[in-house]
Design a protein around this ligand. Sequence first.
Ligand code: FAD
Length: 380
Amino acid sequence: MKAGQLREVVLVGGGHSHVQVLEQFATQSPPGSRLTLVVDTPIAVYSGMVPGFVAGQYRQQELEIDVGRLAGLAGARLVVSKAVGVDAQERQILLEDGASVSYDIASFDIGSRLAGHDLPGVSQYSATTRPIGRFIEQVDQIIRKARDHDPATPFRVVVVGAGAGGIELAFTLQQRLQEETSTSVQMLILQNQTDILGGYADSLVRRVYRRSRERGIQIECNRKVAAVEPEAVVLAEGERISCQAVVWVTGPASHSIFKESGLPTDRLGFVRVRSTLQVEEHDELFATGDCAALIDHPQTPKAGVYAVRQGPFITHNIRALIVGRPLRIYRPQDNFLALLNLGDGKALGTKWGRSVEGRWVMKLKDWIDRRFMRRFQEPL
Ligand SMILES: Cc1cc2nc3c(=O)[nH]c(=O)nc-3n(C[C@H](O)[C@H](O)[C@H](O)COP(=O)(O)OP(=O)(O)OC[C@H]3O[C@@H](n4cnc5c(N)ncnc54)[C@H](O)[C@@H]3O)c2cc1C
C-alpha cells in the first residue's frame, strides 16, 4: 500500500459486535482508514427481545437497530447487499448482486442459519427464527390465522426445537394467542434429543417442565421432524402431526460463505478464528459472534451475550491493526446469565448451575435488554 493511501475497512453484517464497532468509530474513527458496512438488510433485530415482542410486551421498533443510521454516524459507506463470497487473494467481498467491495481489512459478524433449514417444507411452511427480521412478520401471520380460526376446534402450534429460544417462543406465543384470540391453543414442543435445554442447569430444566405442565404446554423428546407440510409436521419415522402453525427454532448452522470461499472452518462450517478474532492464516480478516469458531475455546456457545462481549475486542483489534498497535486477546467467560421470558410477566434465569424465577427476573431481563438497545437507538 502506498504511503498516505486510505486503508479500506469493510464490516460485513450488522450483528451484536459490529453495532458496537460503528458506535465506537462514530465517536472516534481510526485515522487513515475508510469504513464500509455491507449488510443484507439495514435494520438489525435484537433477538433477546423477540420473545417479548411475540408476547406483545414490545413494539417492533423497540427491537430494531437502524444499522444504516449507525453507519452514517460512523461516516461509513453503506452497501445493502448480501455477501456471498470472499476472494482472500484479491481481497474482495463478493456480493449477491454481482458487485464486489475491496478491502484491506474485513470483519464478519453475520450470525448463523438454522439447523435443518433445508429440510423439505421448512422455509415454505414454518416460521423460522433466521432471518429474524422475517420471523417478526411471520409471528403476525400466525396471530392473524389464529384469530380467523374456527373456535370450535383447537389451534395447534408445533415448536420444533427445545433450546432456550424454542422454550421462550412456545411460552410467549401461547400467552399471546390466549390473550388475543378466542380459540383454544394447543402448544407442542418437539425435540430431537433425549432432553430439553442441552447444556443448561438441571434445576432450570426441572423448572421448565413444571411451568409447562401448569401452562398446558406439551413437550416430547426424541421426536425428530423430517419435513413440514402446509398444516402438519412429518416425523422421521413417518408419523404426521397436524397443526395450524409451525415455529422452527433449531440450533445454529453456519452460512456457507466461509467454506465456499476456501477459508478455514470447523467441521460445521463456522470460520476458525484465533483469540485475536483474526481468521486463521488471514491476519487481515476478522470474524465475531455466532459465525466464528474460536480455535482455543471450541465449546463457546452460540449466544448473543458472547457476540456482545466480543464487541470491544473487535473494535480495538481493527483499530490496532490499522495503526500498528498490539492486538488484544479475547477469552470467553466460563458461564453466562441466561434469562428466559415466559410471556406472563415472569422469567426464568440461570447461571453457575443454579436457577431462579419470578417477576423480578423478567424485570431484570427487561432492564438489561433495554439498556443495551438504548446505546444504539438514542443519539450517540
Ligand atoms: C428467539 C431467540 C431468542 C434469543 N435470545 C437470546 C438471549 O436472550 N441471549 C443470548 O445470548 N442469545 C439469544 N439468542 C441467540 C442470539 O440470537 C444469537 O446468538 C446472536 O444473534 C448472534 O449474534 P451475531 O452478532 O453473531 O449475529 P446476528 O445478531 O444474527 O447478526 C447478523 C447480522 O448479519 C447480517 N447478515 C447475515 N448474513 C449476511 C450476509 N451474507 N451479508 C451481509 N449481512 C448479513 C444480518 O442481517 C444481521 O444484521 C436468541 C436467539 C433466538 C432465535
